[in-house]
Ligand binder design. Structure first.
Ligand SMILES: *[C@@H]1O[C@H](CO)[C@@H](O)[C@H](O)[C@H]1NC(C)=O
Ligand SMILES: *[C@@H]1O[C@H](CO)[C@@H](O)[C@H](O)[C@H]1NC(C)=O
Length: 232
């Protein structure tokens, strides 16, 4: 049985360290009803931000060309959450394979997921999350704990964390912290950037990337209950 963390709101406080507090977005019923349903897996809808003109693309000033918009980790979650979705969480190997395959066939260099390190207020008191780089990672979309990072997850055929990163060693390695004390607290999937195939990497949350959104059951239930007539 996976352990629920229920620490979603602490993430917000942790991200607010260097500027005004930034909050998780509330779902917008209209955006939820109109959310992109690009593909379906296990009863959830998904979309890739750069495949959605009104969400993931922007016009370059001057030239009029369009290019893919990149956002930081919290903004990726909020773009999804306003639509009753959240950044994708790969709780099962089948879902992870599906995301890796999508990135491979669409030649996508990198994405944000909802993966987050519990390294904010309240985390250090949790003995079950120590050592945090091994036991402290969770999917923030479902508040689901990840398997220990230092071995292949039980029942999975392969280790999704990369064997290679900035310093050449296995992920997560918190490499940017060693460079300038910026924690690599968010989980991105990188496509062969370190000649390592498609793999999970710990990355500082301010970096900007496109993202994949996944339906969020709690937000959908909440919006349905408060808007009984709405067709979600
Ligand atoms: C895949 O993406 C990379 C990086 O954006 C690009 O250099 C390469 O040409 C692309 N390959 C294909 C087959 O589109
Ligand atoms: C930390 O180092 C990275 C990688 O060199 C750089 O991109 C980032 O801007 C630096 N951050 C700070 C706060 O200096």
């Amino acid at each position: 049985m996976r352990v629920l963390l229920l620490l979603a709101f602490c993430v917000v406080a942790a991200l607010a360290q260097d500027s005004a507090p930034r909050l998780l977005s509330l779902p917008d019923p209209k955006l939820c009803a109109a959310r992109p349903k690009q593909w379906n897996h296990g009863g959830h809808n998904y979309f890739f931000s750069w495949d959605q003109a009104d969400i993931g693309l922007e016009t370059v000033a001057g030239t009029g060309e369009t290019k893919g918009k990149k956002v930081d980790w919290l903004e990726a979650r909020n773009q999804c959450r306003s639509r009753c979705m959240d950044a994708v969480g790969m709780e099962t190997e089948a879902e992870n394979n599906m995301i890796f395959e999508f990135m491979k066939t669409h030649n996508i260099t990198y994405i944000w997921t909802s993966g987050r390190l519990c390294d904010f207020k309240g985390c250090s008191e949790r003995k079950d999350l120590q050592p945090v780089n091994v036991l402290g990672w969770f999917w923030s979309n479902t508040n689901t704990k990840m398997a220990p990072t230092n071995s292949t997850p039980p029942g999975w055929a392969a280790q999704p964390w990369s064997p290679a990163g900035h310093f050449g060693g296995p992920q997560p390695d918190n490499a940017e912290y060693d460079i300038n004390q910026t924690s690599e607290s968010c989980l991105g999937v990188l496509n062969n950037i370190y000649k390592d195939g498609i793999k999970w990497h710990d990355i500082a949350c301010y970096h900007k990337k496109p993202f994949i959104c996944e339906d969020n059951d709690l937000l959908l239930q909440y919006v349905q209950q408060t808007n009984p007539g709405l067709n979600l």
